[in-house]
Design a protein around this ligand. Structure first.
Ligand code: NDP
Length: 457
């Protein structure tokens, strides 16, 4: 059993201990929230341009440490070097984008009789962010940086397996001149520190990213205090490939293998129109065999290990020895390795075809026509993202309207952009992050009416 007072961070490629970090308990959370409450008052009172200037300095400091942050991510999360560099750059870019938002957090003037009516976006106070291990830096950034830009303080609890890059980001914030205690990172266990943050009466909002089951509990606990919550939860996204599609582009294996499949947007249900099915199977067999799986610190590596023994066991449970499958290779020995895999004999209602596996495993399923494709795509409790491939523009428009998901790509597997909104339909979540409205999710709208009639005589 793990020690409740410390976190042991393992390198998932070697199983070696990278660091040991103290784990926060409820008293630590309480003390952090008290400090954050003090810090946020002065921060909210700063002119927006001053907040923006400090956040831009923070972005410059992150920029100067991209390589260091990336190497830390490789060691604690097993991400490939290329991905880890992108992730550190994403945190920097979001800081710059959010900084501009501080200067553009505009209210409205609404015509009314007898006076003027104006709205203000006021910061909430202290925001609690609970981040997962699959993209430790970007997801911590998406929850925290727009909240800071809108005038709030943030207490961030990273996942127990990946606290190191978040801790480093908090140090860089101080180095850049952000006020003390404004952006605090509290590593800890979800059922101790995470719950304490959710339950704290002085935490005004929770942003949670993780499993749908955990998100449901977080939402229930927030409901007791009528506390607003943003939830980014699981996915089981379709990749719909019509017979007229560019097959090679549509079946890019990194649409589900990126980050070893530990991606809530991974296109793990490959739906292929019947005439193309055999060609798709042959193409994927070759593509999986060509994927370079290994040491994530090696520039040539395309896919690293899974995050933990627990995640490896979970992924394995979906791929029994006798499963009909196409697969690539993975290293032996220490590390949490699983080969790129496509299951070809699943029924649409089997657990592997319906549940979020969160590993390098997709299912290949045939469909007959457009209606069948839409039915299969929507036959899931999730609705996070998806791709569709066709040269018929009318069909592309019809299908993108019919698929119930928050983020769709047509003839592309485009990933998340910090300047467009991101979030899920159905049990994939609640609310949106990123994009032009990211800051308003961390504000209350206040409406003020000013009479022009003069005081009553
Ligand atoms: P969790 O949802 O348990 O973890 C996400 C975050 O929530 C972590 O920081 C975790 O802390 C924390 N947490 C856990 N329990 C609570 C709680 N009761 N109250 C408050 N915070 C809590 O995900 P897992 O790590 O268990 O992963 C399991 C599965 O979840 C994956 O296989 C995948 O299917 C899905 N998942 C989806 C993600 C997504 O981006 N949509 C991200 C991660 C996982 P701690 O690290 O200590 O557990």
């Amino acid at each position: 059993m793990s020690d409740p007072h410390e976190l042991k961070v393992l390198n998932p490629a070697t199983e070696q201990v990278v660091a040991t970090v103290p784990a926060a308990d409820a008293a630590d959370v309480d003390a952090a929230v008290v400090r954050a409450t003090r810090a946020r008052t002065a921060w909210a009172a700063l002119p927006p341009a001053d907040r923006a200037r400090l956040l831009r300095r923070f972005a410059d400091t992150v920029d100067a440490h991209v390589e260091e942050l990336a190497l830390l991510e490789v060691r604690e999360a097993g991400h490939t070097l290329g991905n880890a560099r992108w992730e550190a750059g994403n945190a920097r870019d979001l800081l710059l984008y959010a900084a501009g938002g501080a200067e553009r957090l505009l209210g409205r003037q609404i015509p009314v009789p007898g006076g003027w009516d104006v709205t203000f976006h006021e910061p909430l106070g202290v925001v609690g962010v609970i981040a997962p291990w699959n993209f430790p830096m970007p997801i911590a950034a998406w929850g925290s940086f727009p909240a800071l830009a809108a005038g709030n303080a943030v207490v961030l609890k990273p996942a127990e397996t990946t606290p190191l890059t978040a801790l480093r980001l908090a140090e860089l914030a101080l180095e850049a001149g952000l006020p003390e205690h404004l952006f605090q990172v509290l590593p800890g266990y979800g059922d101790i520190a995470g719950r304490a943050l959710v339950d704290h009466p002085d935490v005004a909002k929770i942003v949670f990213t993780g499993a749908t089951r955990t998100g449901r509990e977080v939402m229930e606990r927030c409901a007791r205090q009528v506390k607003p919550v943003t939830l980014e939860l699981g996915g089981k996204s379709p990749n719909i490939v019509f017979a007229d599609a560019d097959l090679k582009a549509a079946l890019d294996p990194f649409s589900f293998l990126d980050n070893a499949g530990q991606d809530c947007c991974a296109r793990t249900r490959i739906l292929v129109q019947e005439p193309l099915f055999e060609e798709a199977r042959a193409f994927l067999a070759d593509a999986l065999a060509a994927v370079v799986v290994g040491d994530p610190a090696d520039e040539k590596t395309q896919m690293g290990p899974l995050i933990s023994r627990r995640q490896l066991d979970r992924v394995r449970s979906y791929v029994p020895e006798d499963a009909q499958a196409l697969s690539g290779a993975a290293p032996d020995g220490p590390g949490f390795w699983f080969p790129p895999t496509v299951l070809t004999g699943e029924r649409p209602d089997s657990p592997a075809a319906r549940e979020e596996i969160f590993g390098p495993v997709a299912v290949l399923l045939p469909f007959t026509d457009e209606a069948d494709a839409i039915r299969l795509a929507n036959d899931t409790p999730y609705g996070l993202s998806g791709s569709l491939w066709t040269r018929d523009i009318g069909r592309a428009l019809r299908v993108s309207q019919a698929v119930r998901a928050g983020n769709l790509s047509v003839n592309s597997h485009s990933s998340v952009r910090y300047w467009t909104p991101f979030g899920g339909f159905k049990q994939s979540g609640l609310g949106r992050e990123l994009g032009p409205d990211a800051l308003t999710a961390f504000t209350e709208t206040k409406n003020v009416f000013i009479s022009t009639e003069g005081p009553a005589q």
